[in-house]
Design a protein around this ligand. Structure first.
Ligand code: NAG
Ligand code: NAG
Length: 339
């Protein structure tokens, strides 16, 4: 039924998307302003709702031009207040948001992107990502999987969001390599970026290189690894106390956090550290000034631990990252972690 309806709509509105109203005023589309995604952005996952507005405003006025948001973070309204309060023009800010798993069906997706745009107060997005390659039944309790929507269906829906001018670019997040390939084979509007977990403890260098070869930007989430208090993989110390990183930091007269972020930037990924603290926000930005030698980069590469910190696959009952380092173990096994 839905398929027939979509086909009919397509016949009647062949050059447009399946969406009813043209969403965004054409004059709001940026011509000049920001071109590509900036190497460092402010992350907002788990940012305190009461603090993220100030953090966003502070970051933008300090020199950030990139905000990483998502519908599911449930703080886009406050993040939007910060964007509005900053001195930057809309066209000089790169704003990313993400389609939640419960919103993969076309009508849900359109409602969700409008809600994110409206909460962020931005008129349009620069980048809209499929947050996970997983679809939930809308409004279902307990994240029931929606077998009726594939990631290819969802990609088609997202292409429609570009045509309707809700977003300049679309992309993916948390995809396995085979799923990236599947999208590349069928896309008309192809992904601009892939946002996934990568940091010195989960380097995935081959996967990062693969994205460079196919022309997809990599946005590195959790670039400071296990500094996030929600992560608990039994590592004996946080990355900021890791002797390799305190050593490098001392050598360069910077903080360990700056060194770790600088590594992410130097390997060509975009890093999106979250912070609501002014001092950290300012410090993180200065990672742009640090450089490593080839030898130092090789030493860091050797210290990869292949430890994934974010994997809800077991909770959702879906295998994730199955062709990458440290995939979902559905049988209850967890990999022993040793440093
Ligand atoms: C989207 O923007 C383009 C370029 O500004 C414009 O030509 C087109 O008509 C717009 N589409 C919709 C559906 O508003
Ligand atoms: C190290 O950094 C601090 C703070 O940025 C600065 O005050 C100091 O002069 C630096 N020392 C050297 C040796 O560069």
């Amino acid at each position: 039924m839905t398929v027939i309806f979509s086909v009919l709509l397509f016949l009647f509105f062949p050059c447009n998307s399946q969406f009813s109203e043209p969403a965004v005023a054409v004059e709001q589309q940026p011509g000049a302003g920001i071109k590509g995604i900036p190497s460092i952005g402010l992350g907002t996952w788990l940012s305190d709702k009461g603090k993220v507005a100030h953090a966003t405003e502070y970051a933008l006025d300090l020199g950030y031009h990139h905000i990483d948001a998502a519908w599911i973070y449930r703080n886009e309204d406050q993040t939007g207040k910060g964007i509005a309060a900053s001195k930057l023009h809309r066209k000089d800010i790169w704003v990313t948001s993400k389609l939640w798993n419960s919103h993969h069906r076309p009508a849900e997706a359109e409602r969700a992107v409008k809600e994110s745009i409206s909460n962020l107060g931005v008129g349009y997005l620069d980048l809209y990502l499929m947050h996970w390659p997983v679809s939930f039944i809308p409004n279902s309790d307990g994240n029931q999987l929606d077998k009726s929507v594939t990631i290819l269906d969802t990609w088609r829906t997202m292409e429609g969001l570009v045509r309707a001018n809700y977003t300049r670019h679309i992309g993916i997040s948390n995809f396995a390599k085979v799923d990236v390939e599947a999208i590349l084979e069928m896309c008309t509007i192809c992904p601009y970026a892939h946002e996934f977990e990568t940091h010195p403890y989960l380097q995935q260098q081959e996967f990062v290189d693969y994205h460079r070869e196919i022309g997809l930007k990599v946005i590195a989430y959790s670039p400071l690894a296990n500094t996030n208090p929600v992560y608990n993989r039994g590592l004996p110390y946080g990355i900021l106390e890791d002797p390799l990183w305190t050593g490098l930091a001392e050598k360069k007269n910077v903080t360990a956090a700056q060194a770790v972020l600088a590594w992410g930037i130097q390997r060509g990924t975009m890093v999106i550290p979250r912070s609501v603290k002014e001092s950290h926000i300012a410090q993180n930005l200065r990672a742009l000034e640090i450089e490593f030698t080839k030898r130092e980069m090789e030493d860091i590469a050797k210290a990869d631990k292949k430890v994934r910190l974010s994997n809800p696959g077991k909770k959702w009952g879906v295998p994730l990252f199955h062709d990458l380092d440290d995939p979902t173990m559905l049988d209850g096994e967890t990999k022993a972690v040793e440093l």
